[in-house]
Design a protein around this ligand. Structure first.
Ligand code: NOJ
Length: 551
């Protein structure tokens, strides 16, 4: 079903560009705007509707750009504002919408506001934009509370005051270079409304909101009950809406203000929330009328490769989000989690809890994971709502598990005391060509080393191969555009496939069947097979396979 043009986000397929690793147009080993511009024809040919570009702002890049030093400019290594304008224009000419990332929970320590806060006195308006507090204990030597950084290690750092004395502490729920902003401060709120306008005025179609669940903090800053503190902190459950910093009810006031800004544009601009919350009901609150347009469905991303679990997640997502008037989203991978080809090849295919990567993941059968990823793509792209494709997922890239330690850049590696390798393995630059320096990512090297087998995954080879992952995605996206049944709308479950089969119908005249079991199963009634993740034999669906059917 095609929604009205100003509700494009209800059915869009949005491609996530992790800018450092997508394409390097300047030959410095780091992806950039020039690279994205040169690959717009690829994205158009792939058949996606929009791009979401991860932070491209000036930054010391301690957290891949999620540490922003200036929200109204472009990092020199990525390009210039003029190049960003050109990219937005050219994407629009190709009917690709552009979303960018807004990082509002924290700035970089290199942001001018943080420099001003350090130069100012305790209790000053400059300090009030962040969360500064005196320490505990007789000399203030103890942090103001026991909060830990979500990347590991302490959540507070003590500053040296102007006179050289040891002074206050500031909160950083992520890296020490990412001080948390104080969202009770009216200047902070006004500044971000202005930043939204700055980019909307330049023509962007929307924002992905980083850490959307985290902006509001309990000003009393109470201690937390930790169940585990290392290598990642996990805290005890809290009464909903009342956790000191996760998913607090006040956060919604902020989004009502943001929505009003988005709605003041023609056509209205859109938001997608990165909200890690503990239930679909809590997620729905972010997309209630007057707030955000959509939110990533992380329950779906975290689900194991199991029919009843996936069905439960799909049902709950549809039941809870549709009454809120929101479209559902579906997502399998992003730059923070293990690539799903690798995850689906493991014995444990779920991501256990919101912030965890499997601690001791065990081996992965990549052939099995790839087969499942093909089926998972057809399932995701047939579900009602919009879908996110993380760059390289359309190539079937696995996680790179053996990056040399010297190459690791994720702050998690250092902050976990070298116990958790972090997220670099899903951020390795894309292979475009079979040969050549950095496999066509750029003309020189790449900021993270690509493994030798990357040539087997290159766009160049996959484009020519009708059985490749890329060809599957392209064909699925082509059909998704053509078939009125796909995109926004609803589904009806078909029940005769058995417990390991997910089969559903969408109107008009479409069905999708996915076999998550270990034996061949009969396809539901159909007139024609439109697409399948593996070749079908005798009208049966093999294990770990999916088919799209005309009914
Ligand atoms: C979520 C982003 O996706 C992640 O990459 C980043 O490290 C944190 N937010 C902090 O900004």
């Amino acid at each position: 079903m095609t929604p009205a043009a100003d509700q494009w986000w209800r059915s869009a397929v949005i491609y996530q560009v992790y800018i450092r690793s997508f394409a390097d147009g300047t030959g410095d080993g780091v992806g950039d705007i020039a690279g994205i511009r040169s690959r717009l024809p690829y994205l158009q040919e792939l058949g996606v509707d929009a791009l979401w570009i991860t932070p491209w702002y000036p930054s010391p890049m301690n957290d891949g750009g999620y540490d922003v030093a200036d929200y109204r400019d472009i990092a020199p290594e990525f390009g210039t504002l003029a190049l960003a304008d050109a990219l937005i224009r050219e994407a629009h000419e190709r009917r690709l919408r552009v979303l960018i990332d807004i990082v509002a929970n924290h700035t970089s320590h290199r942001h001018r506001w943080f420099a001003q806060a350090l130069a100012a006195l305790p209790g000053s308006p400059e300090r009030d934009r962040y969360i500064f507090r005196p320490g505990r204990g007789p000399d203030g030597n103890e942090p103001p509370n026991n909060w830990l950084s979500l990347f590991g290690g302490p959540g507070w750092t003590r500053v040296t005051e102007r006179d050289g004395s040891l002074g206050e502490w500031y909160l950083h729920l992520f890296d020490v270079t990412q001080p948390d902003l104080n969202w009770q401060n009216s200047e902070v709120r006004a500044e971000f409304l202005d930043i939204l306008r700055f980019w909307f005025d330049r023509g962007i179609d929307g924002f992905r909101i980083d850490v959307a669940h985290g902006l509001a903090k309990d000003p009393a800053l109470p201690d937390l009950d930790y169940i585990r503190t290392s290598p990642y902190p996990i805290h005890a459950p809290y009464p909903r809406g009342n956790h000191p910093f996760d998913d607090r009810d006040e956060v919604h006031e902020i989004y009502r203000e943001w929505r009003a800004v988005a709605d003041s544009y023609v056509p209205p601009r859109a938001f997608v929330a990165e909200a890690w919350v503990d239930s679909a009901e809590r997620l729905a609150r972010y997309v209630w009328p007057g707030q955000l347009h959509s939110a990533f469905n992380f329950d779906y991303l975290r689900s194991p490769w199991n029919a009843s679990e996936l069905r439960k997640t799909i049902d709950v997502s549809l039941d809870v989000l549709n009454p809120a008037g929101a479209a559902t989203t579906w997502v399998l991978s992003n730059h923070d989690v293990e690539r799903h080809v690798t995850r689906y090849g493991r014995e444990v295919t779920a991501i256990p809890s919101v912030r965890e990567r499997p601690a001791a993941p065990g081996p992965s059968d990549i052939a099995l994971g790839t087969r499942r990823a093909r089926a998972a793509a057809l399932l995701m792209l047939a579900l009602p709502g919009s879908a996110y494709v993380y760059q390289g997922e359309e190539l079937g890239l696995p996680e790179v598990l053996d990056l040399p330690e010297s190459a690791l850049r994720d702050p998690i590696w250092k902050r976990s005391g070298h116990r958790v390798r972090g997220r670099d393995g899903c951020r390795v630059p894309l292979p475009w060509t079979r040969r050549g320096p950095s496999h066509g990512f750029g003309v020189n090297g790449s900021w993270l080393p690509q493994p030798p087998y990357w040539s087997d995954y290159a766009v160049q080879g996959q484009r020519e191969d009708p059985r490749s992952m890329l060809s599957l995605y392209r064909e699925a996206l082509r059909l998704r555009r053509d078939l009125p049944a796909l995109g926004d709308g609803s589904l009806r479950w078909l029940t005769d496939g058995g417990p390991d089969v997910l089969a559903f119908a969408r109107e008009p005249e479409f069905a999708c069947a996915v076999n998550l079991g270990e034996t061949f199963v009969a396809l539901p009634e159909h007139s024609r097979v439109l697409l399948s993740s593996v070749p079908l034999v005798d009208n049966t669906l093999p294990p770990d396979a999916a088919a799209w059917l005309a009914t």
